[in-house]
Ligand binder design. Structure first.
Ligand SMILES: [Cu+2]
Length: 483
């Protein structure tokens, strides 16, 4: 049964983001009466889990994968074929499961008409493997990415990073999970196998024909929530513990996630937070809600055995402003099954980043005179180095969001390392944000201090806002790590 989705409602503002004068969002605000494609009612479509990528060859040290980046069709809305861009034509892309210390080589063939480049988000890889926009794969060409996986267990993802085009290309489907597992994690006894479930949360906008409709910065109209490419799905779960790897794969939407029966009012049910962007936390934490800005990840363990079989538990987005944007997915609790998994008191280890030697300021804002987003007054230029940083030296970066009027949220992503968030608006961060991060929310008019150190490779790494429409419109810069 399909229901016609309602027209745009005033107040359906994603993430408190601004209407930018002259932007598509501002223009669209005039009562534009368009008919959207039929979107199914919430929780009527089963969740699917992205299929695992299968190596074409395995040696003693290395797993080799072949992927083709291509235009394809996906059934996202029931009975509707939507054109997508996909890794192996999948939406989302296949999940790569990597072993720490064991090399992964991915040969990417670009079968599209556009150039593309693949970034491993959260990967501690040399600049040449990081997917810099200068390293684009031309249509018809191939590129081999070598990932050494010299990093602990973590939920990473790979996605397009094309110059000025990453927003649209990720929106159209160029994203997939990349999960690293280390021997230490194997000994912990966390839920694994089919009880370890990656969930890519994002929004989308469809036209009347059920095709993706991408307009720059029109987040207000991206009101269809997808989990692993399915609209507001349900998932049958056993009454036992699950590890849920939550990734915000949206371009611009923020999620504040709560779990509970009913309408999602009041305090959420407890989730055990075990990991952030950079990997396992030192110790598990209990949270009743988690906030994720675009590209952030959090791994939680949820024990469904505390619910009676037959209970329907909803993952709510309390940042949502309508039924469409508050109901993310539903877990339908089944029978109790034996559960030998556990969440031990000690989980991961993170190296101390030491005392900072250098302090820098990074300023992010919308420059209304040029209608572009800037960092320290400049739009991205791939031939310009914005910051030089000595390898092995610890720095504190004060990242400022200067956009108060109009108010625009931003976040901050650094390639090539994991940082520690010291504080936001002077207050220490808590929960998953206290773990190692590669992306952090920077509130309107606020600032975030992070402690950063590049230990590994020399060369150029990007830093940028991960509201991808902003980075596509210039909000990106690069650091050169020097010896
Ligand atoms: Cu931004």
């Amino acid at each position: 049964m399909l229901s016609r989705r309602g027209v745009f409602r005033l107040g359906a503002v994603a993430a408190g983001a601004a209407v930018v004068p002259g932007s598509a969002a501002a223009l669209g605000r005039r009562d534009r009466a368009w008919a959207d494609v039929a979107v199914p009612p919430p929780f009527s479509v089963p969740l699917t889990v992205p299929e695992a990528a299968v190596p074409v060859r395995r040696t003693a040290t290395t797993d080799y994968y072949d992927m083709t980046i291509k235009h394809a069709a996906a059934e996202i809305l029931p009975g509707v074929s939507t054109s997508i861009m996909g890794y192996d034509g999948r939406f989302p892309g296949p999940t790569i499961r990597a072993e720490a210390g064991r090399r992964v080589v991915v040969r990417q063939t670009n079968a599209m008409m556009h150039e593309t480049v693949v970034h491993l988000h959260g990967g501690l890889v040399p600049p040449g493997q990081d997917g810099h926009p200068a390293d684009a794969i031309a249509p018809g060409a191939q590129r081999q990415y070598v990932y050494d996986n010299r990093q602990p267990s973590a939920t990473l993802w790979y996605h397009d990073h094309s110059h000025h085009m990453e927003a649209e290309m990720v929106f159209r489907g160029l994203a997939g999970f990349y999960l690293v597992k280390d021997p230490r994690e194997r000994g912990l006894g966390l839920p694994s196998g089919r009880y370890d479930v990656p969930l890519m949360l994002r929004d989308a906008r469809f036209d009347e024909q059920g095709q993706f409709l991408f307009e720059m910065d029109d987040f207000r109209y991206r009101n269809t929530l997808l989990v692993n490419g399915r609209p507001q799905p349900y998932m049958r779960v056993d009454a036992r513990k699950y590890r849920l790897r939550l990734l915000n794969g949206s371009n611009e939407r923020y999620f504040t996630l709560r779990l509970g029966e009913g309408e999602g009012q009041g305090e959420g049910d407890a989730m055990t937070v075990i990991a952030s962007d950079g990997g396992l936390l030192p110790a598990p934490l209990t949270a009743t809600s988690v906030m994720l800005s675009p590209a952030e990840r959090v791994d939680v363990v949820v024990d469904f055995s505390r619910y009676r079989p037959g209970t329907q538990v909803v993952l709510h987005n309390t940042d949502g402003t309508s039924e469409e944007t508050t109901n993310v997915m539903r877990f339908d609790v089944g029978h109790r099954v034996p559960d030998f998994s556990r969440v031990p008191e000690r989980l991961g280890r993170a190296a101390d980043l030491g005392e900072a030697i250098v302090t820098r300021d990074v300023n992010m804002n919308l420059d209304l005179t040029i209608g572009q987003f800037v960092i320290d007054g400049k739009t991205f230029d791939m031939d310009r180095v914005d910051t030089r940083i000595k390898r092995g030296e610890t720095e504190i970066w004060r990242v400022h969001n200067r956009d108060v009027r109009p108010s625009v949220p931003h976040n901050f992503h650094v390639h090539g390392t994991h940082f520690q968030v010291l504080d936001r608006n002077g207050q220490p961060v808590t929960g998953h944000e206290a773990g190692r991060k590669d992306t952090v929310a920077v509130p309107i008019g606020g600032d975030v201090r992070i402690k950063v150190r590049f230990d590994r490779y020399l060369g150029r790494y990007l830093y940028h806002c991960h509201l991808l429409d902003h980075s596509s419109m210039g909000m990106m810069a690069q650091a050169e790590v020097i010896g």
